[in-house]
Structures are given as structure tokens and as C-alpha cells.
Ligand binder design. Sequence first.
Ligand SMILES: C[S@@+](CC[C@H](N)C(=O)[O-])C[C@H]1O[C@@H](n2cnc3c(N)ncnc32)[C@H](O)[C@@H]1O
Length: 459
Amino acid sequence: MGQGTPTSLPLGDFKPADQWQTHVNAIFYGIQGPSIHDHFQTYVSRDHRLAHALTEEFLSAARENPAPVLNVQEWGVGNGNLAGCFLSHVKELDAKGKVYPRIRYALCDYSNEILKGARQNPRLADHAGRFFPILVPADYLDCFPSQSVQQIFSNEIWDDLATRVLLKDGDLLYEEYLQPCLDPAMAGMDFDTLKTFFNDGNRAELARVPSLLSAIVWERSFQRVDLSNWPFHEVLEAHAGEMAEGIPVPVNVGAFATLERARDLLAPGGMGYTGMDYGMFSMREVNAEGRPYFNIYGGQYTSMVNFELLAEVGKAIGFAEVTREYQHDFVGRRLGDRVASIVELVQRHPGTRNMQPWDRDILMLQTLQAVNGTYRSPYKHRMTYPALPGTPKKQRKQIAQLVEHLSTRGVPDTVAYVTETEVRATLSQLNKLGYREKEIRSVFDSPRDPISFVCLHFR
Ligand SMILES: C[S@@+](CC[C@H](N)C(=O)[O-])C[C@H]1O[C@@H](n2cnc3c(N)ncnc32)[C@H](O)[C@@H]1O
């Protein structure tokens, strides 16, 4: 399975996948800070609808909860937008002031750069004294007393945490090993010096070569493995019994650790731990042939989340109630409508497959403009949408003009939820852009992909 180029040299030895994954991710977040969202967006990094759905679920339980202090923790906080939208929405809905004044919201992250950025998020400016950035790894978190937290949230952190990969072949199981390799021409310094900085995780020095992580070529190999000394090996052996042969299956051991921490920290009668991420909803998707099991964004190495296994581990840890639902259904239930993202809408446009990337950007912006005709965000936001490198002058100008005319109360991002009603109300403009009824219907109707956004609730 090696993918190295003939010129690339190893930056280190082959090691189980989780070891290199966590190593490069710590470098990625340490170097990037809040500019991570130049590489990827999430459903909470600009949008408010998932955050508001979580807030409303929280509020209905919090009103009945007599605890004098409601400790809420978010693990892996990104730019702090989820925290800002959560606190703003609680404040707005809690007219009698019964809940908001009791909240202490801890923004927990292992990257100081990320926490510095989150602290500056303008949406948090109104909530001074109510939120507390805390530098701590999510799979460790020994600095809080047991049973002291009412609610825990995390979004898109499990896919970053240590993940081992299993492969079944007949009665035998194999584990994936990775080796990072690099073309020395990409090192930007003497290769051996860079190798030392990389292995030491020296962020100050590695920040001088920000393109390093995305230039890494990962060599892969599989080695025989015995599960008996893996965490939760009994749950894992049962899972392996259900696995199809020849399909790499992620085992998100770092996510298991967060569940153990959550179980210890959550107060009895609290609201529990709600974690959101993307991956395989059930065994059917785990065994779907050809589905991806990892992804690399700007050098960050992410693994698909095996929600089936995570739910089983949650039960083994002692959670009394473990529920799973598609994230789109969770948000849609709260809004009383079906929802999709603008990205999903654009992906279904009949012309996108043959378009140049800049023409796809123009279509994206025109689609946003059309839906903005009915959409009104409760938050003001000016969208930035830089043209891709290589965009011709004419299209670059058009992109800049379209961005300038986007409403500050419009859909806040391309990864943002819009309802079927909002989309249908702009049907005539969407038709003019080339969308047909069947594509619009399929965005809201189609069966879920093998990799989907999912919420897991543990109580
Ligand atoms: C993909 S980003 C998601 C950010 C945010 N939750 C969102 O959805 O936009 C992952 C976040 O988790 C943090 N993170 C990754 N591994 C972590 C760990 N072991 N402990 C604490 N935070 C971690 C990163 O610094 C980053 O803020």
C-alpha cells in the first residue's frame, strides 16, 4: 500500500497509525491556531444552528436542574463559535435569568494557540466571567473533581484523537502501521535537522515550514495483531466478529478515553455528554466496501469515527443511556423541518462535476445569494471567501463582487444548515442557476452516505 514517491525519505519508523496521527495533529494545531478554519470548516465554526439545537436541549433540562452552578465543558473548541452561540442563545431564551447566571462554561483544549484565538471570538465578548479557557488534553482531564460537570460537548474532536485501524483477513486480524516520508526538496532546511525537529514535535521550528505537514507522504503496512491487550478488548472482539473481510476499520481509542473521562466527570442527574463527528453510523456503514477510513486536511490527519463501536464502549463504561442520531435529523427536529448544507446543495447541481474550481466557487456564492433571499441569521457576520490560487482575473473579480454583496444576515458559511422551506422559497432563483426539482428533492430525501455527521448522547 506504499504511496511514497521515489524521491521521498522516511521522517521516522513505521508505527501503529494512532501514534503518528496524534503526533502530526499536535504539531498542526500548535502551528495553526485559529487559522485551522482556512483548511476546513465544521458545522459549528461559523454556523449557529447546531449550537442552538444543543442549547435548546440543554435549557429544557437545565430549568429542572437545581444545582447552584451548572458546569458546562466543551472539549476541542476551535475558534470558540459554539461557545459564543451557546451562551448567547441561553441568555436570549432565559428571560427570567434562572439558568444563564448559573452557567460556568469551560473551553478545554490542548492547544494554547487555539485557546488564544477562541478567547478573542467577538461572540464571547458579551459573556465575560461566564466562560473559562482551560489548557488541558481531552483524553486526560484529571484537573476537575469527579461528578462536578452537568454537560459536556465536543464537535469533531474524536476524529483527531488516537485511532488504530484493524483489518480482518479470514480468522486473522491485522493492524495498520504508518510511516511519514518527505521529498527532501520540500524540507526548506537540511533534511536531518528537519527530521529531528519533526520527531521532537518542535513547533517553534516547524512553524517556519508551514507546508511541511501537507507535503508528507504516508506509507502504509499491516501487521498481525492480537486484541487481548487492547482497551475494551471484549467489546472489540465482539465487533471484530461482525467485521467484513478486507475493509479497514477505525478503532477510535482516544475517543474511548474521552468517554471514560466523561463518565467520571458527569454529575448524576446531569445532562450528559453529547459528542458530534463524522463517520460510520452503524455496522452496515462499517462494512461498506470502499468507504474512506481517514482524511488529510492541510496536513491534519483525521480518522472516520466508528459510532457503532463507540456506542458499545459507552455502554461497557457504564452509561445507562446511549443514543445515536444523524446530526441533520437532530438539527432538523429542533427546527421542525428537514435540513441540509449549502455545500450539499451545490454538490448536487447537474453542472458541478465538469466545472472549473473557480466556476464552482461562483456557483456556490450565487447559491448563497439566492438562499439569502429568505434566510435571516440572528448574528451579523461578514463572510470571507478568498479566490483559489490559479483563479483567472475575470473570475477573481466576479468572486470578489459576489462576496461583497452577500448579506451580513445571510447564510453564514458554506457548511451551514438551511431548511427545506428556505430553499424551496427561492426555487425560481435556484432554477435560474440550473438547479432542477429532482436535485433539490434529493438533497433532503436521499439515503445517508456511508460517512455521515452523527450525534452520540451519553447519559
Ligand atoms: C477539528 S477541530 C474542531 C474544533 C471545533 N470543535 C469545531 O468543530 O469547529 C479539533 C479541536 O480539538 C482540539 N484537540 C485536538 N486534539 C485534542 C486533545 N487531545 N485534547 C484537547 N483538544 C484537542 C484542537 O486543538 C481543535 O481545537
